[in-house]
Design a protein around this ligand. Structure first.
Ligand SMILES: C[S@@+](CC[C@H](N)C(=O)[O-])C[C@H]1O[C@@H](n2cnc3c(N)ncnc32)[C@H](O)[C@@H]1O
Length: 300
């Protein structure tokens, strides 16, 4: 089950209205999309994008289940990388500019629960981690073929993992003995490094940061976000709002700096000076929301 993060706050800040044109850049299971669809009504337009075809199917199912056809906005379901926003817009040919762009970054609970996708260190599966089938490189190829230095750099940079060098060294040692093919094999290797160093936090699994790093690298997640933010100004009008939920400091830093520089350049104003974070209550109900930060910007 995927529970949409900060659902009420997103709707309050972005305030979708009847007839609006909304672009949900990360449709996922359709949790937020449904909330937008409910408010747009027949006159509205909703563009739902996800890089993963399976997620687009899930979003489509959810919309048809939850939104009565009689009051359903015009909906475009698009399998694409949101970084290609220019190509997406030239394809859909809508002669209006959106009122809202929204992104809820990363992967969904469906991805984590599906062992074959290789995102979860708790479930045994192939070391894949690709959000889209169009991506060539898998996490296994990185783990098996990259140099010790490259691995240390990826794990440190994208996981902010202080044991990155030791983990990279152990990966290289073990892969000489036999191939590392699965999520649980990699998780065990990382765990063994933690055990040796004696730093062991039972609340957070030691492989968390290494898995995050590989996922970000394989899917070029930070580049996708930066590319989108660089391109989006072409597609806005006065009053267009952009809302982004990020889940780690690397993403949040990109969003924060971009919104600040847009404000300095006089393009608009930050709607949220400080990020909105989930309430204690939401964190208990939905632990995935724990690290969420929501920021929004409005163009003038
Ligand atoms: C956290 S989930 C979104 C969940 C959704 N808001 C909901 O409530 O159901 C993030 C989604 O973004 C998708 N995604 C990640 N990177 C993407 C990208 N560069 N372009 C398009 N979709 C992407 C993932 O496949 C995933 O389904």
């Amino acid at each position: 089950m995927h529970i949409p993060v900060l659902k009420e706050e997103v709707i309050r800040v972005l305030s979708p209205k009847r007839g609006d044109f909304v672009v949900d850049l990360t449709a996922g299971g359709g949790g937020h999309s449904v909330e937008f669809a409910k408010r747009l009504g027949k006159e509205g337009i909703l563009v739902l994008i996800d890089w993963d075809e399976e997620m687009i199917e899930k979003a489509e199912e959810k919309i048809s289940e939850m939104i009565d056809e009689k009051d359903r906005p015009e909906i475009f379901f698009i399998t694409a990388n949101f970084a290609d926003i220019d190509e997406i817009f030239s394809e859909i040919q809508i002669d209006r500019k959106p009122d809202i762009f929204f992104a809820d970054l990363g992967i969904s609970s469906f991805h984590l629960e599906e062992s074959l996708r290789g995102f979860s260190f708790r479930l045994e599966g192939p070391l894949d981690m690709r959000i889209s089938k169009s991506i060539k490189l898998t996490a296994r190829e990185v783990v098996m073929n990259f140099s010790e230095r490259q691995l240390a750099d990826i794990i440190y940079r994208y996981g902010e993992e202080r044991l990155a060098k030791k983990i990279a060294k152990e990966i290289v040692r073990r892969r000489k003995e036999r191939d590392i093919n699965t999520t649980t094999e990699l998780a065990e290797i990382v765990e063994s490094v933690y055990k040796k160093t004696g730093i062991y936090n039972t609340k957070i699994h030691p492989a968390t940061k290494t898995f995050q790093a590989l996922r970000i690298f394989v899917n070029r997640e930070l580049d996708n976000l930066s590319d989108f933010l660089q391109k989006v100004a072409k597609f806005v009008k006065s009053g267009t709002k952009i809302g982004i939920i990020s889940f780690h400091s690397l993403e949040d830093r990109i969003v924060k700096r971009t919104f600040l520089s847009w404000e300095k350049d006089g393009l608009g104003r930050r709607v949220t000076k400080k990020p909105i974070v989930p309430s204690e209550e939401e964190m208990v109900i939905n632990p995935r929301s724990r690290s969420a930060k929501f920021r929004a910007f409005e163009f003038l």
